[in-house]
Write a protein that binds this ligand. Structure first.
Ligand code: ASP
Length: 319
């Protein structure tokens, strides 16, 4: 072992925020979720420990979540109102401020991998729908049949959402319309700090159950649901996307640190409070260049995990 002091590394992940009550979740379900969070931490942490990049670590963590049907991203994506799974994702490199974002995907097994591809192989930052999928194919990425994303649980959730919708017609334009606060929110994300002092953030989601076809949330919008900047922090959000967009949430955390010298903790809590005041529910994970972490949320729970100072995986669900 070398005696040179190694720079601190850090990894934080989330699997969505929402109404999660301790008494209402079975012990078995809780174990499954905690195992899912650890499964996401493991590949990311491996990469960081071996000197790999924050970018690779966040992508690996998010991929693991995307392959797990318990979480609303990739395999476990929710259905839109037309009964189709439409997914969004983004990744950002805090060192260069380069980013890749994808939206309205229907046939990409790992949307985060396509976001990375857009960042690295296209002249653009954000691509959506058929064009994004054609770009994926051109670069050798396998497209999957839409059926891959079918889960009975989310199908049933859509039917319940449609029933609820009938019973409470919301005024047109009400941003709360598509939000079902009593349900768990989805979305997965990761933020990391690597040995070279680089930060990265990655987020992936199926969005909101029963969302209108074509709706895009905050997750793929750089500065709203995803942001990373080596000068300040890396952030990934989850919750009512419309409100995270209105608040330019992720960038606001960075801006408060940069311009007002707020700590990561102060800035991230202030942004979640602001979203709450606007009427939105959700949370975020954040890490700064010194490895400080913050995981604020204004819901009753958020699936979340991080690696502590002793290298131990910590997973939490409830407040
Ligand atoms: N933020 C995501 C979206 O609005 C959903 C969520 O995190 O629950 O698409």
């Amino acid at each position: 072992m070398s005696s040179a002091k190694q720079n601190k590394i850090g990894l934080v992940v989330h699997g969505g925020a929402g109404t999660m009550e301790r008494g209402k979740m079975s012990a078995e379900r809780e174990r499954e979720y905690r195992a899912g969070i650890e499964n996401a931490l493991r590949p990311g942490w491996e990469i960081l420990q071996h000197g790999g990049s924050a970018l690779d670590a966040t992508e690996a963590a998010v991929r693991a979540f995307e392959d797990n049907p318990l979480f609303n991203a990739g395999k476990g994506a929710v259905f839109n109102s037309a009964g189709v799974n439409e997914m969004d994702a983004a990744i950002m490199d805090g060192r260069t401020l380069r980013a890749g974002a994808v939206a309205n995907l229907q046939h990409i097994k790992n949307p985060i991998a396509l976001a990375r591809l857009v960042m690295e192989k296209s002249p653009h930052i954000m691509m959506a729908g058929e064009g994004a999928e054609a770009f994926a194919k051109e670069h050798g990425m396998e497209l999957v049949d839409g059926k891959y994303f079918f889960t009975q649980e989310h199908w049933d959730e859509l039917q319940r959402d449609k029933e609820k919708e009938k019973s409470k017609a919301a005024p047109a334009g009400d941003k709360k319309f598509i939000v079902a606060p009593e349900e768990g929110h989805g979305t997965v994300g990761a933020v990391a700090l690597d040995r070279n002092g680089n930060l990265a953030a990655a987020t992936s989601t199926g969005g909101k159950s029963n969302k209108l076809s074509g709706r895009i949330g905050d997750s793929p919008i750089i500065g709203a649901g995803t942001y990373a900047n080596n000068a300040t922090c890396a952030v990934s959000g989850t919750g009512d996307g419309e409100f995270f967009i209105m608040a330019t949430a992720a960038h606001d955390v960075s801006a408060m640190m940069e311009y007002r010298r707020k700590t990561l903790q102060e800035a991230s809590i202030a942004v979640i409070d602001k979203i709450g005041k606007l009427g939105g529910a959700g949370g975020m994970i954040a890490i700064d260049k010194s490895g400080n972490i913050s995981l604020p949320f204004n819901t009753s729970g958020m699936y979340r995990g991080y690696v502590d100072a002793n290298g131990k995986f910590v997973t939490e669900i409830f407040k």
